[in-house]
Design a protein around this ligand. Sequence first.
Ligand SMILES: Cc1cc2nc3c(=O)[nH]c(=O)nc-3n(C[C@H](O)[C@H](O)[C@H](O)COP(=O)(O)OP(=O)(O)OC[C@H]3O[C@@H](n4cnc5c(N)ncnc54)[C@H](O)[C@@H]3O)c2cc1C
Length: 424
Amino acid sequence: MTDHWDAIVIGAGAAGLLASARLAERGQRTLLVEKNRKPGVKILISGGTRCNLTHHCDARGIIAAFGSAGNFLHSPLAALGPRELVELFHAEGVPTKIEAYGKIFPSSDRALDVVNALVRRLHRCGAELALGEAVQGIEPTGDGFRVVTELRTLNAAKVLVTTGGKSYPGCGTTGDGYRWLAQLGHTIRPPRPALVPLTTDQEWVKSLAGITIPDAMVRVVDPRLLGTPAKGKRRALPPGVLIERRGAVLFAHFGLTGPAILDVSRAITSSPNPRDLRLLIDFVPDTTPGELDERLRQATVSDGKKLVIGVLPEVVPRRLLEYLFTHAEVPHDRRLSELSKLERARLIEQFKGAPVIANGSRGFEKAEVTAGGVSLDEVDSRTMQSKLVPNLYLAGEILDFDGYIGGYNFQAAFSTGWLAAESM
Ligand SMILES: Cc1cc2nc3c(=O)[nH]c(=O)nc-3n(C[C@H](O)[C@H](O)[C@H](O)COP(=O)(O)OP(=O)(O)OC[C@H]3O[C@@H](n4cnc5c(N)ncnc54)[C@H](O)[C@@H]3O)c2cc1C
């Protein structure tokens, strides 16, 4: 059985759903092919099934969340920025709300409403949706493409690949698109888990499972780079610091998780030897070492008989505090008057940068996004067309960009999908 289409879109995630609707609105006979039995599976589980669909900021704020890859997003965001995306959902009957840290969710707290809105628009515009049909390959035919699925062979003048990355493979995202694009000559930057919990074999970390620090600064440091400018930095960082993020840190039975850990995880998963790096956790990011020092000295003057452990910031739970004392080689029952200058310095060092060694991550199974993917150098960011294969377009997470937690990744998927559809 053969079918002819103006445009075939492969993968009904955020990028593919919006792009297909837009293509059909622009008068193109469009078919969206999805291997799952239902569309938008990853949207449904996103944001704890609430879908943090974008971030309350301007295009520059989104670009900044993608580090050096952010430049690629200028044109996609000019075509559909965060404000336009929110307006688009409002127009589709999905009111939104802004939560702490600028995250935007549907007011209903239901990711299903986001998927339903996209599917409604898709059908209204006349695009066709084929579910439960995995694409197996794409072949250029000279005047278009042959798209081979497990059920049939399809033909299209243009193809848009939106098959996503490799994270949460149970959602259908098993990296299929990478293989087809590599066969067509594209460079695939090695896919790595990102926004992923980190593992450790340090027992003291695991023994603290259940402890949450609501506001910490986490830095990933390469001790070998101390004294040289950091590579791939997202903004000016001190020498040796690969990445830093502030937010909650959660101790877990396997290691560490929480927003600040997920945001810096890409630096660990990109390293061939994560054990060479150090995660430095600053438990009191608003207090300088000098202020901590002053606090301890003043407490010594006012009541030197007090235990040191009793006058330290309360943000650190007792169980963790005891480890910090042990690592600083200060007895837990040390009194202020007995605390030496060196011990004070070592304690402050622990508070401002307790080192943890991550031995890896929980992998693609638990990664919210995939770092790596199709090289951005080979895609025209003004149109999302491949620079190597005419009439082949790419959008979403299959591309070599990954942003922080906070709705940035959906915004990038929607914006690149929209721009591709406008250009095809
Ligand atoms: C648990 C979790 C929570 C998340 N929460 C958020 C959040 O709140 N906010 C945010 O911004 N980001 C979040 N993300 C990230 C976000 O989901 C992705 O960045 C986004 O879905 C990428 O969109 P996409 O369209 O590129 O790919 P996807 O949404 O991954 O869609 C790709 C689609 O392609 C289909 N496909 C793959 N191969 C084939 C094939 N061979 N044939 C046919 N179809 C195929 C897949 O089945 C899939 O449906 C979360 C991710 C996870 C895993």
